[in-house]
Ligand binder design. Structure first.
Ligand code: WTA
Length: 652
């Protein structure tokens, strides 16, 4: 169990550093380090200044009311986030700027300007109103990566109806659970979307959700693929028909700063997903500011956040942050290997993408596919790279920098969560000297600390639990319908502090190294070892494409390190390779961290958002009955790994 021992050991020594290029700093949105002090000295004034750039119908009376764990920001201020995302730019002459260069997987494209987006959002908001949706009603959105998903979200926000986007990869059951929890009245879906040449069956799942969830009155269906779907006039409405009939004018509804903007479900330690609640004013200010600072957004940038809109990264950094900043974005519907493994690099070349933001898991996959795919494209338009979602191992970081960034682009490794709403720990690209694998420092206004079991800050060079000591504007306002769980999960472990559930270490220079969830920390013979650090050591080896490490119960040492390794193509999983990898880990970290078993596998079990299911690997390692694996992106691999694990040649 986490929390019973002291500091996580300081295991890997990474000595490479990358100062920001002077020419980048010269032009950067943030180039004066005094911003950190300003925010620390007067947090409220700092955020008030950020907030004043927006349109408010009524100014706030006070900036912050903080009674842990309840925060309210910009009290009694009223606004509408879509006015700030759209009308504000159109009214000041920026309507013709492209909001999205959208590309479908089959190669069809759409170019959507701010004026066009505003018009569609107004029409869609009128459609919602005609369907009886009122301010405060919840709307479920279950759609592929098509422009209409953004229109749908903004249409909800326009009338103050909180949206809950359910990632299109979730099953019907997962959709039903979420709809039940929030009591959504409407589902907005599509007749499918394209993924690796296949059509995803969203409508079938939406139909099942409709049958199982009595709160839902209607389904609004976008025609994306033209595939045959079941249709029932009593419950289904075509989006395009409703839009054609809708008026183009729709005044935004003035809502309170603390009005719920959306719910987004995320998994916790229990089976029941948590509906993370985000509100309007603080979230608006937080997403816009962090997006402008971290991605150094300039009017001429072409920005591509390659996440799915269904995750928080998509909410904050595809939809709200970029639109608030009048950014031109790229949005892509499909998979990176369709029709070939160079699709992303082709997109970057064709649209002249200048900023790319993606997940380490994607980067490692690209590494595995080989340098020839990015190598065949012109990536010289790129000027800044970002990562999010999991710790990035130094080797993947270096590959990203060298092969994708041409050794010239700063990398921002951004740590945050569904709960935080915005990036919390990240380099500022014009200011921060980066180290491969470190998310570096908290952003201005963020008070992050690393503490031990008793809540005491650990000295430099040590590890512990990541906490946030001060409230921030985009922070979650609770778990929908479960105040008790909100308090228990985040605020009870270290009173007065937000407990993120992540382990971190701070090196001698104060750099933060995120070590993954604390329940992924192993304890081997009294040594606390992060799964991330062992994985990182493994992936660093030339033969390894990807690795996952779990701690499994061991009668002698408490836990033992169990590794699952995907080798690069052309490398054989021989006994000699096994020994070599074990020695390599011993060499990089210490003999105590040597994997006791290594299973070579062609793939790792992953959720549809790309996170490795370590819990499942732990179950396999410990020979336990496997739970439900149907939400995995690649469920087939589980049986294959289980077979191999039981005959693993890696056992001592
Ligand atoms: C992990 C995604 C290390 C972390 C925005 C966190 C990271 C969880 C990083 C939240 C990073 C996210 N380095 N770990 N840069 N970014 N994480 O809610 O464990 O999907 O608690 O939000 O991802 O995942 P979520």
């Amino acid at each position: 169990m986490p929390g019973e021992h002291d500091a996580i050991e300081n295991l890997l020594a990474e000595s490479r550093t990358f100062p920001p290029p002077p020419e980048f700093t010269a032009e950067a949105n943030v180039s004066d380090p005094s911003v950190y002090d300003e925010a620390a000295e007067d947090l409220e004034r700092f955020w008030e200044r950020e907030a004043s750039q927006f349109h408010w119908y009524r100014e706030w009376d006070s900036v912050l009311h903080w009674e842990p764990p309840v925060a309210q920001w910009f009290l009694n201020g009223t606004t509408n986030i879509t006015h700030n995302c759209l009308d504000r730019h159109v009214e000041s002459g920026g309507g013709e700027k492209v909001a999205f260069h959208w590309e479908g997987e089959p190669g069809d494209t759409r170019t959507i300007t701010y004026s066009a987006l505003l018009r569609d959002v107004c029409k869609a908001a009128n459609v919602l109103k005609r369907l009886g949706i009122e301010t405060g009603d919840r709307v479920a959105i279950y759609m592929p990566m098509i422009p209409e998903i953004i229109v749908a979200m903004l249409a909800c926000a326009r009338i103050g109806a909180p949206h809950t986007v359910v990632f299109g990869g979730f099953s019907a059951d997962a959709l039903v659970d979420r709809i039940h929890d929030c009591g959504a009245k409407l589902i907005i879906t599509a007749d499918g979307g394209w993924r690796r040449g296949q059509v995803t069956d969203l409508k079938g799942a939406a139909d099942q959700a409709f049958d199982d969830a009595p709160t839902v009155d209607m389904k609004l269906v976008v025609k994306r693929t033209g595939h045959d779907i079941a249709w029932d006039d009593d419950q289904d409405i075509w989006w395009h028909e409703a839009m054609d009939a809708a008026d183009e004018q729709c005044d935004p509804v003035e809502v309170d700063s603390e009005h719920m903007l959306y719910l987004l479900y995320t998994s916790g330690t229990t089976g029941k997903p948590k509906g993370i609640k985000h509100t309007t004013g603080g979230y608006m200010v937080g997403t816009a500011s962090t997006h402008r600072w971290v991605f150094d957004i300039k009017p001429e940038d072409v920005y591509w956040c390659a996440a799915d809109v269904g995750w928080v990264t998509g909410h904050s950094y595809i939809v709200y942050g970029p639109l608030l900043n009048h950014t031109t974005s790229v949005m892509y519907e499909g998979t990176p290997d369709f029709p070939d493994k160079d699709r992303w690099w082709d997109i970057i070349e064709r649209y002249g993408v200048s900023i790319l933001y993606c997940a380490p898991t994607a980067i490692r996959m690209f590494m595995k596919w080989g340098d020839e795919y990015p190598g065949s494209r012109d990536l010289s338009s790129l000027r800044l790279l970002g990562t999010v979602g999991e710790p990035i191992n130094p080797e993947a970081w270096m590959w990203y920098r060298q092969v994708i960034g041409g050794d010239r682009c700063p990398i921002v490794d951004t740590w945050w969560q569904t709960e935080t709403g915005t990036i919390m720990i990240s380099p500022l690209p014009g200011l921060t000297t980066t180290k491969p694998g470190s998310a570096t420092f908290p952003l201005p206004g963020v008070d992050a600390d690393v503490v031990d079991d008793t809540g005491e800050s650990v000295p430099l060079g040590h590890g512990g639990y990541l906490v946030l000591r001060k409230p921030w504007p985009a922070m979650l306002r609770g778990i929908y319908g479960d105040d008790e769980r909100y308090y228990e999960t985040y605020w009870s472990r270290f009173p007065g502090c937000y407990f993120a559930g992540d382990g971190a270490k701070r090196d001698e220079e104060g750099y933060l190294w995120l070590l993954g969830r604390v329940d992924d920390v192993m304890n081997v013979s009294g040594h606390r070892i992060s799964t991330t650090e062992v994985e990182s050591a493994l992936v660093e080896h030339d033969a390894v494409a990807e690795a996952a490490v779990v701690g499994r119960l061991d009668a002698v040492t408490g836990q033992a390190v169990a590794a699952f390794v995907v080798l690069r193509s052309g490398v054989d999983g021989t006994d000699a390779m096994l020994d070599e990898l074990r020695s390599h880990v011993a060499e990089r970290i210490g003999p105590f961290a040597k994997p006791k078993s290594i299973v070579f596998t062609p793939d790792l079990p992953k959720t549809r958002s790309g996170k490795i299911m370590r819990r499942l690997l732990r179950d396999i390692s410990e020979d336990r009955q496997l739970g439900d694996v149907t939400t995995l992106a690649n469920a087939d691999i589980v049986a294959e790994i289980s077979d191999k694990a039981t005959t693993s040649p890696g056992e001592d």
